[in-house]
Design a binder for this molecule. Sequence first.
Ligand code: IPD
Length: 327
Amino acid sequence: MSSSNITQDELNEIYQFAIQLSKTAGRAILQGSSKRFSSSAGSDFKKNSADLVTETDQAVETLVKQSISSKFPDHEFIGEESWAAGEENPISDGVVWIVDPIDGTTNFVHGFPYTCISIGVVVNGEAKIGVVYAPFLDTLYHGCKGKGSFVSCPHNPAPRRLPLENPPQLTDLNQALVAFEWGSDRRAHILDKKLASFRKITGDTTGGVEGGKMVRGVRSIGSAALNFCHVASGNLDLYWEIGCWAWDVCAGVVIAKEAGAAVVGSKAHASSVIEVKGEEFNKVTPEILTARKYLVVRKIKEEKSENEEAQKHILNEFYSCVDEWDP
Ligand code: IPD
């Protein structure tokens, strides 16, 4: 599809449709979950025992893809399961939906409730809509460029704007609650770098860990999309991962950015944009979205330039501990 100028009304229509679609997909995930232990509806390994796919991933992706193409026949689609089946579409100009039917498949298989559908929409190369719905928690996150991002859940059904109020101070990494994931690539050369990075980020210098930053805590909830949403909410301070894909993060990128969070790619990308003020700093291009290296830090200050400075300080401190690899 060639570059399209869509109006605000059209963007809004896509946004509302994406929210409804996430609920429909959520119901299909719940239905799939009741069958997931039956012998005919188990899980298969994709690459290895930590990289799973279930019939429900595939059925939900088909449902979502068909719904989008019958409502918006001109739009492009990139989905985790279509990609795995060989449909490796680029992020072209026009409107591109980037979907993970079940982010947190391992959680889904084990009945750990941090499982969601993640729906991102990119328009002419810019991620503009993000919807993440976690059906077991009945929690919906959504955001649209320029309109903010929101959460609603059973005990607070009216959408609340993100970030949620009064997160603790964050002037140094040692005040941070950080999310990492173990990922599915556990080969020695990768694990060595990952563990060396984890060691520095969590370690105590006074206890002998040279350069240790001693963050306050670490969480691994098993869903990239929900990690982004928690950073957007302000109840996680940072999330870092190498190895996840555009469909894991696209929706979360919009939700986080609309909540004042900063998203960068690799160390090299971060160091180039950290020198820049304004728009370039927090610009997630298709290259960054597909480069499989992501670091996001929550909103720290109300005032925009103070927020940016505070985020850059934390990003620099974090990346000084990281030993990267290519996924
Ligand atoms: C995975 C989850 C996990 C992350 C992996 C992703 P999936 O997505 O987001 O948290 O560590 O990198 O691939 O396979 O459950 O859709």
